[in-house]
Design a protein around this ligand. Structure first.
Ligand code: PMP
Ligand code: GLU
Length: 398
């Protein structure tokens, strides 16, 4: 027999992970697939961080840790937030979790009731909508397409607010578009939020360091909303540590307590060894960040240059993260040489994988049909070959 709860039946599977798995399955069958689907740095974790993890094992950091994480790690995070972002969160206001993903889900589950509305600017990372659904909340999706560089305007934000609005979930630099809200643009959104003191702001700043603008403004740095802003961040992207699963929320004290209570009942602490590695990441040399950033910027230039030469693709020039989100609607409605119809961007992404052997993700999974997402966190050689294959596959459609 099978018996799946309504809650889980209502969830959509993660499209980023599903596409990546599909690509790995094809690879295992011997197909030469280039994977531009999942978003993760292709760099190895820096050596001094790996050494710290080995030391942690030898020094027996192998027991349960406090549910919100080792105090030494929370202190390191608190110092990082103060030094780099100019925001003030005591170690007691930080809860370390299994990746930024769990940190986000914790905060949403700890704050959202059925009927509460969460404003999500679209396109947005695949998991936000599903997490709000899991909590029984309602998403209010605000669409901003390529013509506005995928950024929500203050007027759009204000129009989306109702008496039921509990939270705004903002991601900058953005997955899936790479767009970054400037300080002035954030300020304009904060001006609106200042009028609504009951709205919390969940700021996903996981791509903070993959940023080609030279400056980053944390949402929590605006005094008008600081006491109701929750920062999400972690080591996955900045230090090439996706597999280690360390992320955190920095939240008002009352919320950090609630999050720790929730986490204490269903996953306890994040891995003790990975926590020691994360501590080394925050307290050790930071030059690895600049080095990776330089590589991502070069690849951004390469991929934007190559994509702009493909007829029918509309691209912007992302300022951060490692994604390009081209508009592909010129190809929707066309037919493949095999006689199949490309009826959606999902069909196009599937055809690019099956025929062109390049894995991308359908924009529909991010709430914006007519686009696809490319992750350029891979070698220049892979990017050149992938863009060549995409160009050829698209050219074969009529
Ligand atoms: N937020 C965004 C916008 C992301 O792209 C990701 C990466 N999947 C996460 C959160 C989760 O990161 P982590 O690997 O630390 O769980
Ligand atoms: N952030 C990555 C992505 O968007 C990781 C996969 C995931 O967790 O969704 O592809």
């Amino acid at each position: 027999m099978t018996h799946i709860s309504d809650r889980v039946q209502a969830l959509a599977p993660s499209a980023t992970l599903a596409m990546s798995q599909k690509s790995n399955e094809l690879k295992a069958q011997g197909v030469d697939v280039i994977n531009l689907s999942v978003g993760e740095p292709d760099f190895e974790t820096p050596l001094h961080i790996k050494e710290a993890a080995k030391r942690a094992i030898d020094e027996n950091f192998t027991f349960y840790t406090p549910v919100p994480g080792y105090m030494s790690l929370r202190k390191a995070v608190s110092e990082k937030l103060s030094k780099e972002n100019g925001v003030s969160y005591a170690p007691e206001q930080i809860v370390v979790s299994n990746g930024a993903k769990q940190a986000l889900c914790n905060v949403i589950l700890a704050t959202i009731n059925p009927g509460d509305e969460v404003i999500i600017p679209m396109p947005a990372w695949v998991s936000y909508v599903e997490m709000v659904k899991l909590a029984g909340g309602t998403t209010v999706e605000v669409h901003a397409d390529i013509t506005q560089d995928f950024k929500m305007t203050p007027a759009q934000l204000e129009a989306a607010i109702t008496p039921a609005t509990r939270m705004l979930l903002l991601c900058s630099p953005s997955n899936p578009t790479g767009s970054i809200y400037s300080r002035e643009e954030l300020e304009a959104l904060v001006k609106v939020l200042a009028k609504y003191p009951d709205i919390m702001v969940l700021a996903d700043e996981i791509y903070e360091h993959i940023n080609f603008t030279g400056s980053f403004t944390s949402m929590a740095s605006f005094p008008e909303i600081a006491d109701r802003t929750i920062i999400i961040n972690g080591v996955s992207k900045a230090y090439a540590m996706t597999g280690w699963r360390i992320g955190y929320c920095a939240a008002p004290q009352w919320l950090a307590k609630a999050v720790a209570k929730l986490q204490g009942q269903y996953t306890s602490n994040a891995s003790s060894i990975a926590q020691k590695a994360a501590e080394a990441a925050y307290t050790g040399p930071q030059d690895c960040i600049a080095e990776m950033n330089k590589a991502f910027e070069r690849r951004r230039d390469l991929v934007v240059d190559l994509a702009s030469k493909i007829p029918g693709l509309k691209v912007n020039r992302p300022q951060g993260a490692f994604y390009l989100f081209p508009e592909v609607s010129a190809y929707i409605g066309k037919s493949t040489p095999e006689g199949a119809k490309i009826a959606s961007s999902a069909d196009l992404a599937m055809y690019l994988l099956e025929k062109g052997h390049v894995a991308t993700v359908d924009g529909g999974a991010f709430g914006m049909e007519g686009y696809i997402r490319l992750s350029y966190a891979t070698s220049d050689e892979n990017l050149r070959e992938a863009m060549k294959r995409i160009a050829e596959t698209l050219a074969s459609l009529s």
